[in-house]
Design a protein around this ligand. Structure first.
Ligand SMILES: C[S@@+](CC[C@H](N)C(=O)[O-])C[C@H]1O[C@@H](n2cnc3c(N)ncnc32)[C@H](O)[C@@H]1O
Length: 249
């Protein structure tokens, strides 16, 4: 009975949100109360996600220290740093510039910085990745971005900005949920429910073919692998397909 009730509520919510226009969606997810609620949600969800993805994060960040040293050292810029879910994975002595547009994430960011004192949170920059005016050209040793390329409004502009701010030879590390392979059941569900998913994930798209943008962004090297993050529960069915790797300027 309870399960049927929950299913009915989910179907009604999905039907209503599907019928709403993009303008209404933008108004909802831009509201202060939504942004505040999303920060609370991310503070919980990022722990669940970290547990599921731990091995993959450890793998992709393994080279972070040596890649920073290879360009003469410097700051690591994290885009869409959220609540600071990656701090525990950064190598000892990392100096982090956190770019984050949602001000309600900031208390969690600071809290996590205190919890993981092996990293230094040098600066929190409010803003969007599509236009990182405050960050000079070729100024950062590495860029990190997890679960955020799904949310930016312009992936092409974001990748161009990442290339601009990276020192030559600098690494861009990413771990993202992405569209499943075409012709799969999940891919068709991702497309069908993309609009509703945006309400759950602060504008996040669950059907983005992020690898296409990475391949075409003009990095000298792009290396990634796709995997199904089976450790996520059935509630996260639409965002189980993941992509992780690095690109070099
Ligand atoms: C799903 S959360 C991921 C947070 C964190 N990176 C993690 O892995 O837990 C997406 C984050 O990207 C931020 N974000 C959304 N749009 C953005 C944009 N255009 N530029 C930079 N960050 C953005 C959100 O505020 C949020 O903190």
């Amino acid at each position: 009975m309870i399960v049927l009730g929950i299913c009915a509520v989910v179907i009604v919510v999905f039907a209503i949100t599907a019928a709403m226009s993009d303008k209404v969606r933008e108004a909802v997810i831009s509201s202060k109360i939504y942004k505040k609620g999303f920060a609370v949600h991310m503070n919980l969800f990022s722990r669940i996600h970290n547990n599921a993805v731990r091995k993959h994060k450890e793998d992709i960040f393994e080279k972070l220290k040596s890649s920073v040293e290879s360009v003469g050292g410097g700051d690591i810029l994290e885009i869409g740093a959220g609540t600071g879910a990656n701090f525990e994975f950064f190598p000892e002595g990392s100096s982090i510039i956190a770019l984050e547009p949602n001000p309600h994430m900031v208390p969690y960011l600071r809290e996590n910085a205190e919890k993981f004192p092996h990293v230094q949170l040098k600066n929190i920059v409010p803003g969007f990745a599509e236009n990182m005016d405050g960050i000079p050209d070729a100024s950062v040793a590495a860029v990190v971005c997890t679960m955020t390329l799904c949310s930016v409004s312009d992936v092409k502009a974001t990748l161009a900005e990442i290339k601009r701010v990276l020192k030559p030879g600098g690494y861009f590390y990413f771990l993202e949920h992405v569209a499943d392979e075409p012709e799969t059941w999940r891919n068709s569900f991702q497309r069908r429910f993309d609009n509703q998913w945006k309400y759950l994930g602060d504008g996040c798209s669950c059907s983005r073919e992020t690898w296409t943008h990475l391949d075409n962004a003009g990095f000298s090297t792009v290396s990634y692998r796709k995997f199904d993050l089976k450790e996520l529960t059935v509630l996260c069915y639409l965002i189980r397909p993941h992509l992780a790797g690095h690109a070099i300027k």
